[in-house]
Design a binder for this molecule. Structure first.
Ligand SMILES: [Zn+2]
Length: 211
């Protein structure tokens, strides 16, 4: 699939537009917490035909703008099943950062995904892998070329596990599982630049325990 990245909002989160070349159907991965992504997508010509919205996890910067996107796009929204309790705290997550103006209503979740589930986008298929640790249900979506990892893995770093509901031991297990996927996969993180699984396995100081 064709991948376009939009870095939006106060947390500079990477959101992604995936386009199935055969049918033109699109997926959005994560939303930001402002209307910025919606504005970016509305400015495209043609405006993308968004079939699905995929949330990697329930943090404000990744899921907070879901209602604004749902007002415009008639898309099916997927959330990792184990992430539902954290997702439900969106109306108070701004308070965690001392920023009540960032509290957001929860959008509508249409489908809960479990490890190994497959999701159709036009004629393309994405697979969901559960990688808890940063949050209880954090997960990644991938096809044969690309993986969208949310805050599981960054170029040269990993997601923090010291926020509410984070778990360092689970994170280490998840990273280990992630590294059983093809090293060629291009890694699209929730923050920062693109990388590959094999590059991170070789160079990322937080993955030293796997080398
Ligand atoms: Zn996060």
């Amino acid at each position: 699939m064709e991948v376009q990245c939009f870095t939006v909002g106060a947390f500079q989160v990477n959101t992604y537009l995936l386009r199935d070349e055969t049918t033109g159907k699109c997926a959005i991965v994560d939303t930001g917490e402002t209307e910025e992504l919606l504005q970016c997508l509305q400015a495209l010509d043609p405006v993308p035909d968004v079939e699905v919205i995929l949330l990697t996890h329930g943090h404000l910067d990744h899921a907070g703008a879901l209602p604004s996107l749902q007002r415009f796009f008639n898309a099916t929204t997927y959330l990792p099943r184990l992430e539902q309790p954290l997702f439900n705290t969106l109306p108070e997550q701004g308070d965690w950062f001392g920023a009540a103006h960032m509290n957001r209503p929860c959008g509508r979740i249409d489908k809960l995904v479990d490890d190994g589930d497959r999701i159709k986008v036009g004629s393309s298929t994405l697979t969901f892998i559960s990688t808890p640790g940063h949050t209880p249900g954090q997960g990644c979506y991938y096809d044969e070329h690309d993986i969208f990892v949310g805050d599981t893995l960054f170029k040269g770093s990993i997601g923090r596990t010291d926020l509410p509901m984070g778990n360092h031991a689970l994170m280490q297990e998840s990273l280990q599982r992630l590294m059983t996927l093809s090293g060629e996969l291009r890694v699209h993180s929730g923050h920062g630049p693109i990388t590959t699984l094999s590059h991170e396995l070789m160079t990322n100081p937080f993955l030293q325990f796997l080398r």
